[in-house]
Design a protein around this ligand. Structure first.
Ligand code: BGC
Length: 252
């Protein structure tokens, strides 16, 4: 089944048509920068532009960069604080006329990796980490998603959340080399390992395309691999989640 997958991030909103049964992307990715205000209505308008671009009729799967429970945004993440409490499903349906399945963006990326990528068939606790404006995390126990893991929110030194210090946005803001930033990312992974004892960590998100530049700084006991679907995983996973909801009425 062909489904439109949308991945909403702090810097870009991206979409593509996906074969949600095979995980294959059927079109080029279409990207529009996230509006500077990062407010609900402005972002909903961009989502509508993406849907129009594909001239698409069916339900839409959408990864969203915050805690999402039953379609409602429960934290602002790196977006405007007025998102908290907004029913994202309803807002996007209002602006597009399409049915939406909305889930956390890292959970969506994890879905893609667990179904079609390096996570396929992996048991135990698998953690997907996405590196972008924030540090996203998706947790899968024996292939089943435990939604809304927020490992990027761990406080670290003077920072209220470690992602302010170790995400790609920190690298950019402080103009850090991959060497300097790679050590920070490794510190984050050390904390993840200490807190949840995973069996496998998969690293995705925009920055994972530069894996060769920083992976030599990763030094923990847990196996850490690159998500080969890279920054397409969010789009593909959102479409897969939407298909599951269509079939089962819920995400699992
Ligand atoms: C949010 C997460 C999100 C991550 C990546 C964080 O700021 O709290 O929910 O997954 O950014 O977008």
């Amino acid at each position: 089944m062909e489904i439109l997958g949308i991945d909403i991030g702090g810097s870009g909103i991206k979409g593509a048509l996906v074969n949600a049964e095979t995980g294959e992307m059927l079109t080029e990715r279409f990207r529009i920068p996230t509006p500077k205000s990062k407010k609900p209505k402005a972002m909903a308008k961009v989502v509508a532009q993406i849907v129009e671009h594909f001239n698409y009729k069916g339900p839409v799967g959408c990864g969203f960069p915050s805690i999402v429970k039953n379609g409602v945004c429960l934290s602002a993440g790196n977006l405007h604080k007025s998102w908290v409490g907004v029913n994202i499903d309803e807002l996007f349906t209002e602006y597009t006329g399409h049915e939406f399945t909305v889930l956390n963006d890292a959970d969506a990326a994890g879905y893609a990796s667990m179904n079609y990528g390096v996570g396929k068939g992996k048991n135990g606790l698998v953690i997907m980490i996405t590196i972008g404006t924030g540090l996203g995390s998706g947790a899968f126990l024996n292939g089943v998603l435990i939604p809304n893991f927020e490992l990027g929110q761990i406080p670290y030194k003077k920072h209220t959340k470690i992602e302010s210090w170790a995400a790609a946005s920190a690298k950019e803001r402080e103009n850090l080399s991959y060497d300097k930033w790679g050590k920070r990312f490794n510190k984050f992974l050390q904390l993840v390992e200490l807190i949840v004892s995973p069996d496998l960590i998969i690293v995705g998100g925009g920055t994972s395309k530069d894996w060769e530049e920083f992976s030599h700084h990763i030094d923990i006991e847990t196996q850490v691999v690159k998500a080969e679907l890279m920054n397409h995983a969010g789009i593909i996973g959102a479409a897969v989640a939407c298909l599951r909801e269509q079939h089962h009425g819920h995400l699992q």
